[in-house]
Design a protein around this ligand. Structure first.
Ligand code: BES
Ligand code: MN
Ligand code: ZN
Length: 507
């Protein structure tokens, strides 16, 4: 879909469909919606009077004008999008409406469409932010992963809508709207890249393929990248990460990408560390079969981290951003590590492997060890780490765990700006004790209670005093359309939050 910003009158657009909106409770539409109402003989106000259009959020009314010859109005269809109550309407509302409208346009087989910028009129929101949210919503909302469907393609045209024009009467606002749309394309484009990686099956997207994708993104964005293989990681004494990789025939790939946005100040840095288990069978502590296929998405943190770098390179904040993804499969092959084994992580801490299915924290321990060795000043790790996260917070929020109030506040704020909600969880000293081992410095499980917190504590041992935030995205990486801009499947969360964070830290 091609997005554009156009100065002019919404009623004069030569497109297949035009999109206007209505807040709940408005009986005689004004502004652009009012102008369209007049142009189509009062159809909108009649439908409001008849009780068919209420302006409720999510409501879309399609009015068929049947085109010029029939009605004297060029566009064949007018879509009236309900925005709900004006006092409740915000940028998430813009994203939602835009996503729902975009999918309806596709179902209607509308090739070209023009829309007013929801929220920017009587909504009173910042026009640039509204244009950005609208464009994000449309791009994100139209996402599908259907590359493996060779038959039973839907009958409508997959490429539609091909064009969507944002129409604004006031020429002075155009540069701001254009800037918003351009930024949205970067944010949403990165999120789609993450979704593609998550959706890809594990036989295709193994660590080697993930490293290739990361290399492509680094090359496109003019970024440095190094990919360490097993021998390199052994030389760096990453015993925890290497231990996880032993049960798989797929070679591990430790990916380190660098965006240099403040070369003169290497300490002005952010390290983004993504969990990169391309398939988590559980290893010798094998998972049950039901829904095991979802564990192809156990590299969602890494996907978001890699994809965020694409957006960061494009938007160029004044900050150095490093990305680390210690990619491997977790498989139960003959070489696999066993429950009861002891491994030594980078830096020397010993870990008793209590359960080989608690592998994410092992890979993150060495990824963070690497970041610290290289001079990390801020670390944000992202991981589909615990099933307990699904129990604790459900699908509404990713969980955040941190040793630094300021950094976690910034991360939560970045998520809120992009509609990727994050909720802070405690790191209490009581549950920390659950990671104690009889025979090693640490154990990789913490027992029944507080499963997400003990996992976070484990990682925290390796972050030490460096300002650090851990995001557990086990319940938010894939879903059933929790937000309208997240079609069923991979969400890309928290790619856009990470880009936003880099912008906020580096401005
Ligand atoms: N990748 C899983 C966590 C997960 C579960 C993500 C469900 C998404 C949905 C992780 O590696 C894991 O297996 N965690 C275990 C830890 C346990 C063995 C201490 C879990 O949560 O059961
Ligand atoms: Mn696991
Ligand atoms: Zn896992």
């Amino acid at each position: 879909m091609e997005l554009s910003v156009v100065t002019g009158d919404i009623t004069a657009q030569a497109v297949d469909a035009i999109v206007v909106n209505l807040f709940q409770g408005v009986e005689s539409p004004g502004g652009a919606t009012g102008a369209v109402d007049v142009a189509i003989g009062g159809a909108i106000s009649s439908l409001i009077a008849a009780g068919e259009i209420k302006g409720r959020r999510g409501e879309i009314t399609v009015i068929h004008t049947l085109g010029d010859a029939y009605s004297g109005f060029a566009p064949d269809r007018v879509l009236v999008a309900g925005l709900g109550k004006s006092e409740d309407f915000d940028l998430d509302g813009v994203r939602s409406v835009s996503a729902v409208v975009a999918r309806r346009l596709r179902r209607l087989n509308a090739g070209s469409a023009a829309t007013i910028v929801h929220g920017a009129g009587i909504g009173g929101l910042d026009p640039e932010a509204c244009a950005e949210a609208l464009a994000e919503g449309a791009i994100l909302g139209l996402y599908r992963f259907d590359k493996y469907k060779t038959s039973s393609k839907p009958t409508f045209d997959e490429t539609r809508p091909t064009t969507l024009a944002l129409v604004e009467n006031d020429g002075a606002k155009i540069p701001a709207l254009e800037a918003g749309v351009a930024r949205a394309q970067v944010f949403a484009g990165a999120s789609l890249a993450a979704r593609d990686m998550v959706s890809e099956p594990a036989n295709v997207l193994h660590p080697t393929r993930l490293a290739e994708i990361a290399t492509g993104i680094a090359n496109e964005g003019g970024m440095e990248i190094e990919v360490l293989d097993r021998a390199d990681c052994e030389a760096l004494e990453m015993g925890a990460y290497v231990g996880v990789s032993l049960g798989s025939h797929q070679p591990p790939k430790f990916i380190h990408m660098t965006y240099e946005g403040d070369a003169a100040n290497p300490d002005n840095n952010l390290w983004i560390v993504g969990k990169g288990i391309t398939f988590d069978s559980g290893g010798i502590s094998l998972k049950p079969g039901l829904n095991m296929g979802a564990m192809k998405g156990d590299m969602s943190g890494g996907a978001a981290a890699i994809a965020a770098m694409q957006g960061i390179a494009a938007l160029a904040p004044t900050l150095n951003v490093h990305m680390v993804c210690a990619a491997t499969e977790n498989m139960p092959g003959g070489g696999a590590q066993r429950p009861g084994d002891v491994v030594i992580a980078m830096g020397g801490k010993s870990i008793e492997i209590d359960n080989t299915d608690a592998e994410g924290r092992l890979t993150l321990a060495d990824a963070i060890g690497f970041a610290k060795l290289k001079g990390a000043k801020r670390i944000v790790d992202i991981a589909t780490l615990t099933g307990a996260m699904v129990v604790a917070l459900g699908n509404g929020h990713s969980g955040a765990f941190s040793n630094d109030d300021e950094l976690v506040g910034q991360v939560i704020a970045s998520g809120a700006k992009r509609g990727e909600p994050i909720w802070r969880m405690p790191l209490d000293p009581i549950s920390k004790k659950q990671n104690k081992s009889e025979i090693a410095d640490l154990k990789n499980t913490g027992g029944r209670g507080a499963g997400s917190i003990t996992a976070a504590h484990f990682i925290g041992e390796f972050a030490g005093d460096t300002p650090w935030v851990h995001l557990d995205i086990a319940a938010t990486n894939m879903g059933r359309s929790v937000h309208d801009w997240e079609p069923t499947g991979a969400t890309g969360v928290p790619t856009r939050a990470l880009i936003q964070l880099a912008l906020d830290l580096g401005s």
